[in-house]
Ligand binder design. Sequence first.
Ligand SMILES: Cc1cc2nc3c(=O)[nH]c(=O)nc-3n(C[C@H](O)[C@H](O)[C@H](O)COP(=O)(O)OP(=O)(O)OC[C@H]3O[C@@H](n4cnc5c(N)ncnc54)[C@H](O)[C@@H]3O)c2cc1C
Ligand code: SF4
Length: 482
Amino acid sequence: MAERMLKFVTVSRQTPQKRDAEERRGDFHEVYADFIDAKAREQASRCSQCGIPFCQTHCPLHNNIPDWLRMTAEGRLQEAYELASATSTMPEVCGRICPQDRLCEGACVIEQSGWGTVTIGSVERYITDKAWENGWVQPIKPVRERRESIGVVGAGPAGLAAAEILRGHGYKVVVYDRYDRAGGLMIYGIPSFKLEKEVVERRSQRLAEGGVEFRLGFEVGRDATLADLRARHDALLIATGVYKARDLIAPGVGSAGVAAALDYLIASNKAGLGDAVPAYESGELDAQGKDVVVVGGGDTAMDCVRTAIRQGAKSVTCLYRRDRANMPGSMREVANAEEEGVVFEWLAAPRAVLGDASGVTGVRAARMRLGPPDASGRQAPEEVEGADFELPAQLVIKALGFDPEDLPTLFAEPALKVSRWGTIRVDMKTQMTNLDGVFAAGDIVRGASLVVWGIRDGMDAAASIHGYIQAKAATPALAAAE
Ligand SMILES: Cc1cc2nc3c(=O)[nH]c(=O)nc-3n(C[C@H](O)[C@H](O)[C@H](O)COP(=O)(O)OP(=O)(O)OC[C@H]3O[C@@H](n4cnc5c(N)ncnc54)[C@H](O)[C@@H]3O)c2cc1C
Ligand code: SF4
């Protein structure tokens, strides 16, 4: 083994080829090309096969990274894929969009000792894409069919991961989603240049072919109450994500030309999928030829600025009230955005949206500095007096984050317990809510988070639901009381 591994001393770190920024600006294709076979083997061989693999402990799915890297280096790709998919329902998605610098790769021991991390995410993507190409991704075949039925509300990563595991156990699984396509934010939030839509669609198609029933365009709250669904199914999983956009509070924010980030991204993603999108076609949600200002510093803001560049904006500026080091968005995405021509105004906060009868004309911003740490330990931004400045803008996009909707009201289920932030309260061990047989997973429990955590929660919730159904079946008195 030693012959093939520990090559980090002689082989330097290389990501798959990154497309030139000028070329990227003109389309919505992914930024990184595929690894060629020899490169994937070579890069995997850099792993130092640590006794205590910190990459694995820092991966939310505890993926068996050192073993599938070794198999890749040895050319045992099918085995590598089987191992990667044993702990993840969508390894190729995580390989593409996990912020690896904060997770597995950030904890890689050779990164810590200055050699440059193993490109774990790229190898994970490579082996799973190879599996799809070579037909190694097997259809879902339950060992036996079970009579119980499970309802899953929300077809995002948490709901889809749970649906896959539960269908594998043989349950009848019905996934309800208010959108017309499955995938949640992976389909309508995250742009194609990070995650191409076919990658998500082939996953939901595999579930449908494996017997998962999708009821799309079905909104719980409008088309059924939670109680209706509880009556239809033996257990329920709520995986509805967080969708209440935080608003910008500034004069002029109601003007034409001020858009919410998700409306803007959904319009762009739908147009890319070939749907008719009147607000995009009319130019309202199209950045072409406009000066665009995006307010916010997270991944959503990064996706907006980079989408605007690809739509042919005249200029794109990101306003963020803290500095680069304190930005919540992934550093990789910030670097990509800068290469593509986005201008960052660090330490700047909008004071007013300027406009006339035609709509938005600009943004007046206050210059900020970082003051002493607040109660959370983070340095609080404060205004620098007399340093305001103005930027031209015909489109202003608010990307300030998301909170949960008021689910007890929306679902007509006032007994459903939520935290003071509106996230659903669950038993940390079982992910069951305070309502018997109703579980919850993903962003609606954690608050806005990551796809990989959604997958982890969905898989864990599925295991708990299976345990719950089995316990009920083993206790006939309980089952009879239903
Ligand atoms: C713009 C953007 C970019 C992001 N980029 C990244 C990234 O690069 N990497 C990363 O790891 N994470 C990223 N994230 C975060 C990631 O997308 C989420 O953490 C993840 O999708 C959460 O999964 P989920 O299944 O909990 O919810 P979601 O993906 O939000 O799915 C919830 C689903 O529930 C449905 N739903 C909601 N209410 C109802 C209802 N009442 N009835 C029926 N259906 C309902 C919704 O339509 C949706 O399909 C990004 C998020 C955004 C907004
Ligand atoms: S799932 Fe994410 S954190 Fe885990 S190995 Fe893959 S890229 Fe790294």
